[in-house]
Design a protein around this ligand. Structure first.
Ligand code: ST9
Ligand code: ZN
Ligand code: ZN
Length: 334
């Protein structure tokens, strides 16, 4: 029937989409770097963002002060719970599901993940996935939004304080994002993004401690909203900075990304970054070297409930062969 034919085509199409951001070949990377050198581009600082991030950090420190002084224990627990909740919106949602298509999810699961992802306030899913697909395809060139060649701070958060390099826009514009624009969960979120963020990232985290256990609004806001948001941002950014700089490279010694155990701890299971850049289609996003993969446990739990399915993994033999041929242990071997 035409129905089953469409279904079959869709599977093929999804595979093509998740394959398109395997790293570009060396020739293309070199061409990009040559072109970039000729551009004589100078980065422009976006002062609005600098000022907003300064206020965010002041608010976050205030939140830490409140946590050690007046906050009720339930508010502290709530703050840490929301770190994990918004964190999996990024790892299981924006990253492994939407950016990489490493598994499939039913509508209810996608709605839950979208709500979690909105709480993390890291741009809407479509924008997040577009930047991330650029990062994988053109890693460490100027078409990578958080190019590590521009330094540790740029890779961590500096890239959000400046205009994007023209190569990001030019090359990113060629990516196929049709899968994201076809998902009504993504287009709904994009359409109402800022009101949804106000509600889910700031209002609800503040209101619940106030109404359920009588926390003061100022304490709830600075801890569960502002501090938690800022903390989760840094946890995420560590994957772009620390997990591209300091650690081991068991799967591919020629790339910058590394295995970073403590990044895994703050980034709810996302520190196996040498594995992840080597096998970006694998829903586990890390393999043997790192055990605390909470995001994987969540996806597996959802799968047991029938909420998600078709989890992609790379065969053990393939991983072993990769380790033997291309693995290395030293950090910073280019
Ligand atoms: C944030 C994101 O923090 C963090 C992402 C981290 C990724 C980590 C990945 C690691 C793996 C996963 C680990 C998860 C761990 C989680 C642990 C959790 C516990 N392709 O951007 P504009 C075009 S966000 C193609 O304004 P400017 C496009 O036409 C934090 N085209 O450029 C676009 O228009 P539209 C909160 C592209 O003016 C147009 O250019 N948010 C692409 O240079 C203009 O785009 C903020 O701080 C592309 N890739 O401004 C906001 N990009 O969108 C920060 C752009 O309409 N952002 N185009 O299609 C900004 O203010 C601005 O983007 C800017 C650049 C100032 C940085
Ligand atoms: Zn990725
Ligand atoms: Zn990376």
């Amino acid at each position: 029937t035409s129905g089953s034919k469409n279904k079959y085509q869709k599977v093929e199409r999804d595979q093509a989409i998740s394959d398109q951001f395997l790293s570009a070949d060396l020739e293309e990377m070199e061409r990009l770097q040559e072109e970039s050198k000729k551009m004589k581009y100078r980065a422009a600082v976006v002062w609005r963002n600098v000022i907003l991030f300064i206020f965010l950090h002041i608010g976050a420190f205030w939140g830490v002060y409140h946590m050690f002084t007046e906050a009720k224990w339930a508010t502290v627990a709530w703050t840490f719970g929301l770190w994990v909740f918004s964190g999996v919106g990024i790892t299981a949602g924006a990253h492994r599901l939407w950016a990489h298509r490493s598994y499939k999810a039913t509508l209810p699961a996608r709605i839950i993940l979208m709500i979690c992802q909105t709480m993390a306030f890291q741009n809407d899913i479509i924008e997040w996935a577009r930047d991330h697909r650029c990062h994988h395809k053109w890693t460490d060139t100027d078409a990578d939004p958080h190019n590590t060649r521009r330094g540790f701070f740029f890779a961590h958060m500096g890239w959000l304080l400046m205009k994007k390099h023209p190569q990001v826009k030019e090359n990113g514009g060629k990516l196929d994002l049709s899968d994201l624009f076809e998902d009504p969960v993504c287009t709904f979120q994009r359409k109402y993004y800022l009101p949804l963020v106000a509600l889910i990232c700031f209002l609800l985290p503040t209101a619940i401690p106030v109404f359920l256990w009588g926390e003061s609004a100022a304490v709830a806001y600075t801890t569960a909203a502002v501090f938690r948001y800022c903390w989760t941002l840094h946890a995420t950014w560590c994957v772009n900075s620390f997990a591209h700089y300091i650690g081991y490279k068991p799967y591919d010694r020629t790339i910058t990304s590394v295995e970073s155990v403590w990044t895994t701890l703050v980034a709810v299971g996302e520190g196996g970054h040498n594995f992840h850049h080597t096998f970006p289609q694998d829903y586990r996003a890390s393999e043997y070297s790192i055990q605390y993969n909470w995001t994987r446990m969540l996806i597996d739990t959802f799968a047991a409930l029938g909420w998600v399915y078709d989890r992609k993994i790379v065969a053990d033999e393939v991983i072993q062969r990769q380790i033997e041929k291309h693995g290395g242990l030293k950090s910073h071997e280019h």
